[in-house]
Design a protein around this ligand. Sequence first.
Ligand code: UT7
Length: 328
Amino acid sequence: MSKVGILGIGSYLPDRILTNFDMEKMLDTSDEWIRTRTGIRERRFANDNEVTSDLAAKAALKALEDANLKPEDIDLIIVGTNSPDKLFYPATACIVQDKIGARNAAAFDLQAGCTGWIYATTVAVQFVQSGMYKNVLSIGAEVITRMMDKEDRYTYVLFGDGAGAAVVGKTDNGGFLGFELFADGSLSKYLEIPGGGTALPFSKEVLDKKLHYTTMNGKEVFKFSVREISRVSNIILEKTGFKVDDVDWFIPHQANLRIIEAGVGRLGIPMDKVVITIDKFGNSSAASIPVSLNEIYQKGKIEKGDKILMVSFGAGMTSGAMLLEWSK
Ligand code: UT7
């Protein structure tokens, strides 16, 4: 099997910052509740004139620059998102293709809840490994805050907008060492947008009952997430023959600091190896892992040969993990 890794990475976070104190002015909530229950201090909201493809395109251009490639060098764009520009079609990936001028690229979206970028990148690697494509852009991008009810303190305080992108291609050394993807659709009701799709098309009732916004059973999602962090990590480590001690960086999906701490505690990874960005960016859904990976990359913390374990969970319910040996 040829080695496939990340040739370039980039992210984009909107410049509009909403702190917990801003949330206090909008909702019956407090900085203290949000901080102690979730670890979030502030999050980014897209500006009113920004849509998901704008964030995705900016992250993609940075990843291309980092990889020293031009937009025309890209063969395929996959956008993992739960907040596409348009509800059913066209795919946000097609809009990104146009915005960055990747005129040789095929493009499609992939919907896997917050696990979207793990799924998208796993798919990207298969295309490169099969020899069908050389350079694939795998993007996690969200303007997820627009899918939340502004009056629902339970969900509105949790989420943030952002995008992260990676150019996936062949490498001489290192690269991806393993993947695990899971889904359990019997749990799909725990995190969903009930209205606006074919199950319950838009109507006055959907709007009046706010069924076009996110509904969540927080406690069930919490339990699922803690369990999946350790379960999926243990499976990928066992299959690839590595131990927890071999992991240099652990990047969990940034949904709740308490979920991360509980999952990491079960796994036995020291917190100084765990990347935390939820305090600054909230839960940016499919964007959270590439954004977090880029944070430590930009700070010069990753060394060639480092083993990076990335694990996510989310709507579907889905979960997934990738083990990467950094090759840049
Ligand atoms: O990417 C995956 C997406 N989602 C998640 O990962 C979410 C997973 N779940 C969670 O993170 C947590 O369940 C939450 C942060 C959503 C909630 O934390 P919790 O510790 O499970 O809180 P709770 O549901 O037990 O609520 C405790 C109290 C309730 O009041 P009462 O009934 O005890 O009087 C809530 O009404 O906190 C109240 N509450 C709030 N208070 C202030 C709920 N939201 C807020 C809020 N501010 N924003």
